[in-house]
Design a protein around this ligand. Structure first.
Ligand SMILES: [Zn+2]
Length: 670
């Protein structure tokens, strides 16, 4: 081709080749241009049947675009080479490189430079605006069609050309060319398109810049096109955690399948929004954040609606409670209880139980199904539900509003159970935290927001994974954390798992936020000693969280067996067994104001719960006053007592977890 003269244009260099044609550097009358020669077989049916006149008319329409940010089309023509008719376009020649190449060379620095990003994005949107102004749609916005000149000026290329081309030529080749990756779903479906289809492509471009990945891919063109129409993109912050929530939301909106859900009046409005927001996460230095740890160690009672009278009895006798954790269901039954708590100024929060909604059992659980954030009483919630920003926001608002209605002391962002770090739910939960804080800001809510972390411990027995988890959760730092960890409960005997759990909590403690180790039973006493703020468990029941309980059939809800806590043994025992031990060994009887050294079945049954509250509050006082024996000493002595009892022939439930405590806590004292 070099040296060839085409209608007065001399070809002096080859610039590049695309799916639809080839571009050359040409010269005419001392001036340099770019000439794009289109492949005849790539032309659309209309152009092929109506011929050059139609082609020229289309190009003339495109010539109406006048913009500093868009390449100029000067001329068009027809050229017959070896008896094959070609159409060409003469365009402004630009020196620089296309954005595709630019990103390959500079992406890692580009995505750190907010000023540079804003400048380039703003120029692209200005170019789009100028194209749209004369009622033209670009239709093919992608990095290869964005030129960055040597002076960092943006020029959009190839606008409007796709309209004259036949897309089936790329699909029959079956090879992935760049263009369809950026194509809006409505274009693929042959529906009406407008400027919002270009905004969609701009969304894909932003997604690509941040993640170096496309929101949708496929092993062949057919799968890709189908995925663009059907699938939802993976979260950007999973790949690029430094993106700001505001920017992530804009990209989510631009990638909406329905054009009306990309809510920008025009490219100019979008430009204004982007210039107004942070593109990258505002970083908080750990050294500068305020320490929000609880001023003293607290024990939260996970309270049931059936326990109102017990609590009243305890409080009226002068007892005190550090705080209360309510499971979300059975809420209507709490009404009176809540006013009592207010009267005694006892702080409380709600476990929103959102994790339970992801299991089919929720549909059979009274109270749960009636929560205002259950949208479908027969279908459990799945991560798919959170593909659209609209759904994410509605759910967040419903979960938080419902807690606000009961005037809780602090809010808990919705959370779900993740089996591993790569679980889709984890990524959803992180987004829900971001949106919870957005909601708080928009509604000017003063209450703090805690994050619930609900995950299996096994994946976290790898220290790398613990670090990854803390990195994820410190991105948008919540005001506190509540840990519901599967496989960690009072009777955990797996040493590596218990070690991982304690180490995880200690790592999170560096974030200077209060930590609540939820549903860990008496194990919590040990956690207080290593520096955790608080723990929760039921009144001598509900001492564990597990995925199994999310699935289990509990027809009568929390109608659990009452147990009696024997302090010296660090265990809660069935009433019959407790009676047997107290009768044989008077030394274990409790002298608190409720028990008064009782051992008879009906008596200890009657005072089991108030006694537990009383003893636990005394234990917490000793811990806070630093007068408690160390947890290891307590555990060692409990084990010795239990061994002694066992020798007398009394059948005890397994207590080897106490040995696990001794071993693992010793590790942390070193
Ligand atoms: Zn007692």
């Amino acid at each position: 081709m070099l040296g060839k003269n085409i209608n007065g244009y001399t070809v002096i260099d080859s610039i590049g080749s695309g799916a639809f044609g080839h571009t050359y550097k040409v010269q005419k009358d001392e001036k340099i241009y770019a000439m794009k020669i289109l492949k005849p077989e790539a032309m659309s049916f209309e152009i092929q049947s109506e011929g050059f006149v139609r082609f020229q008319r289309e190009i003339r329409a495109l010539q109406k675009v006048k913009s500093d940010y868009v390449v100029e089309y000067y001329d068009s023509g027809e050229w017959i080479d070896k008896s094959v008719k070609h159409y060409y376009i003469i365009m402004e020649y630009i020196e620089g490189m296309d954005f595709d190449r630019y990103l390959k060379l500079h992406r890692t620095t580009f995505i750190k430079r907010e000023d540079l990003m804003k400048d380039i994005f703003s120029q692209i949107l200005k170019g789009l605006f100028d194209i749209h102004k004369v009622n033209i749609i670009h239709r093919d916005l992608k990095p290869a069609n964005i030129y960055i000149t040597i002076h960092s000026k943006v020029k959009l290329l190839d606008f409007g050309l796709v309209k004259m081309l036949d897309y089936s030529t790329i699909t029959t080749k079956g090879k992935l060319v760049g263009t369809p990756l950026f194509m809006a779903p409505e274009m693929i479906e042959g529906k009406e398109i407008d400027y919002r289809s270009d905004l969609y492509s701009f969304g894909v471009l932003l997604y690509y810049i941040y993640t170096n990945k496309y929101p949708f891919t496929g092993e062949n063109v057919f799968v890709l096109l189908n995925n663009i129409v059907q699938q939802f993109p993976k979260r950007i912050s999973d790949t690029f955690p430094n993106i700001s929530n505001a920017m992530e939301n804009i990209i989510l909106k631009l990638l909406e399948k329905q054009p009306y859900l990309r809510p920008f009046k025009d490219a100019k409005e979008l430009e204004k929004v982007i210039l107004d927001i942070p593109l990258l996460q505002v970083k908080v230095s750990l050294h500068k954040i305020k320490d929000k740890s609880f001023p003293k160690k607290r024990f939260f009672v996970r309270l049931l609606h059936t326990e109102k009278t017990e609590v009243e009895r305890y409080l009226k006798a002068g007892g005190s409670i550090d705080g209360v954790e309510y499971p979300a269901n059975y809420l209507p039954k709490y009404k009176n209880q809540l006013s009592d708590l207010k009267k005694f100024a006892i702080p409380f929060f709600f476990d929103p139980s959102t994790n339970r909604l992801a299991y089919s059992k929720f549909a059979d659980t009274k109270g749960l199904v009636e929560l205002p954030y259950v949208y479908d009483q027969y279908n459990r919630i799945t991560p798919k539900h959170f593909s659209s920003l609209e759904n994410i926001r509605k759910y967040t608002a419903d979960v938080l509003n419902w807690q606000l209605r009961w005037d809780v002391d602090f809010l808990v962002a919705p959370f779900h159970y993740s089996k591993t770090l790569s679980d889709e739910w984890l990524s959803v939960d992180l987004k829900l935290i971001e949106e919870s804080f957005d909601f708080k800001e928009k509604k000017n809510i003063k209450k703090e927001i805690f994050a619930g972390i609900c995950i299996d411990i096994e994946d976290l027995t790898d220290e790398e994974n613990r670090l990854e988890l803390i990195n994820k959760y410190s991105r948008r730092l919540p005001d506190g954390f509540i840990f519901y960890i599967n496989n960690i409960y009072e009777k955990t005997t797996n040493r590596a798992q218990l070690f991982a759990y304690i180490d995880l909590l200690l790592k999170f403690k560096q974030l200077k936020r209060p930590l609540i180790a939820a549903r860990v039973g008496n194990l919590g006493l040990g956690l207080m000693e290593v520096g955790i703020d608080s723990f929760s468990s039921g009144i001598a029941s509900l001492t564990s969280f597990s995925e199994q309980t999310l699935l289990s059939n509990r027809q009568k809800g929390y109608d659990m067996e009452r147990k009696y806590y024997i302090k010296d043994l660090l265990v809660s025992l069935k009433i019959g067994l407790a009676n047997e031990i107290l009768e044989r060994f008077p030394g274990y009887r409790c002298s608190c104001k409720f028990c008064q050294n009782e051992y008879r079945i009906d008596k200890i049954y009657n005072c089991a719960k108030v006694h537990f509250l009383q003893v636990r509050s005394e234990e917490m006082k000793l811990i806070n006053d630093k007068k408690s024996r160390t947890f290891i000493e307590l555990a060692k002595s409990a084990k010795a007592h239990l061994d002694k009892i066992k020798k007398t022939g009394i059948v005890l439930p397994p207590y080897n977890h106490i040995e696990t405590w001794i071993d693992v806590f010793s590790e942390f004292r070193r």
